[in-house]
Design a protein around this ligand. Sequence first.
Ligand SMILES: Cc1ncc(COP(=O)(O)O)c(C=O)c1O
Length: 386
Amino acid sequence: MKLEQIETPAALIDVARMQKNIARMQAHMNTLGVAFRPHVKTTKCIDVVRAQLAAGARGITVSTLKEAEAFFAAGIGDILYAVSMVPSKLPRALALRRQGCDLKLVVDNPNAAAAIAAFGDQHGETFEVWIEVDTDGHRSGIQPEQDTLLEVGRILHENGVKVGGVMTHAGSSYELNTAEALAALAEQERAGCVRAAQRLREAGIACPVVSVGSTPTALAAQQLEGVTEVRAGVYVLFDLVMHNVGVCTLDDIALSVLATVIGHQEDKGWAILDAGWMALSRDRGTSRQSHDFGYGQPCLLNGTLLADYVVSGANQEHGILSAAQANVKANTTAGTSADDITQRFPIGMKLRILPNHACATGAQFPEYHAVAPDGSSAEWKRFYGW
Ligand SMILES: Cc1ncc(COP(=O)(O)O)c(C=O)c1O
C-alpha cells in the first residue's frame, strides 16, 4: 500500500531509519565487546525484534509476561522479564519455563526472593533470578553497598534458585542533555552494577551476568569493563525526548503518526488534524526539556520537517497544529495569518507527526505500517496488554 492510501491516523515506521538505528547500536556494542539484549517493550512487534536479532542481538528484555508469552510463541526463548517478580505471577512464569522458555526473573527484595524459592521448591523448578541494582536513585533496585543485596543473594542461592546475574537501568539519563553528563552516568551505571556483582561473588554466590542499560547510557558508554551485556529499547525508533537528550537527530526518528488536516480555525491560526492524544498519546515528555515539542513535530509526507509548526494541543481525536513560536501550553499562536494556515495546510492534506515518546505513541495502535524507501508499506502487528 502507498502512504496516500493509508487511513489516518496510523503509526508509520520508516524502515531505513529503523535499520540505521539498529546497526548503530549493535556496532557500538560490538566495539565495546558486550552482548546486546534489546528491550522489546518499545515496539511489542515481532517484525522489529527479528531485525534486531538479525543484526546481532542476543535474547530480549520484556516488561510484561504478555510480551514474554508472545515472543516465546514467535520462537524467541532467551527472555529477561525485567520487572520485579510478585508471587501472584509465578504460575505464568512456571508455565513458560515448563514449555522450554529460558525465562529469567528479576527481584530487588527479600520477600519476593523467598516467594520464588518457595514456589520453585513446591513445583520442582529451578528458577533463574537476576538481582536488580539501583545505580542512580531513579526507580527500583538495591544499592550496590546495601546489606540487602547479600541477603537477597543468599535467600536465592541457599534455597535452590540460580542467581544468574545483576541488572540495572539508569533511567535518570533521560534528565540529561550533554555528552559529558551522559558518559559520566554510563560509567556510574557500569561501576555500580559491577560492584554489586563483585560483592555477591565475594560472598560465594556466582553471578555470571552483569547487565546494564538505557538508550542514552548505552550510546554514551565509553568502556564497559566487567559488564557482560547491555539493554536498550527506544533507540530502535528514537523520539523527540531522545533528540532533546542529545542521542539522535530529528532525521533518525523512525516512528511518525500519519494524520489528515480536517479543518481550520483561521482567526487562531490553527489547522485541525484527525490525530489527537488517542493517536499521539498523552505523553508530554518534552515539556520538561530544553525544546518543548507540544504533542509532536509535523513533517511532510516525504519526511521534510516543518520546523515552524508544532502540534500545540490535543483532544481525544483532534490535534491542533499551529505556529511553533506559539505558547504550546496555552494553545495561542503568533504570526500565522489565516491565509497562511489554510493555504499551507489544505483540508485533506496528510502530514507525519514525530512523537515525544515512541513507546507511548506506538502503544496507541494495533499495528505499524512499515514504510520502505520506495514509499510502499507493509503491516506489522503489535500486541497489547499484560
Ligand atoms: C529495566 C529496563 N531496561 C532497559 C530499558 C531500556 O531503556 P531505553 O528505552 O531508554 O533504552 C528500560 C526502559 O524503561 C527498562 O525499564
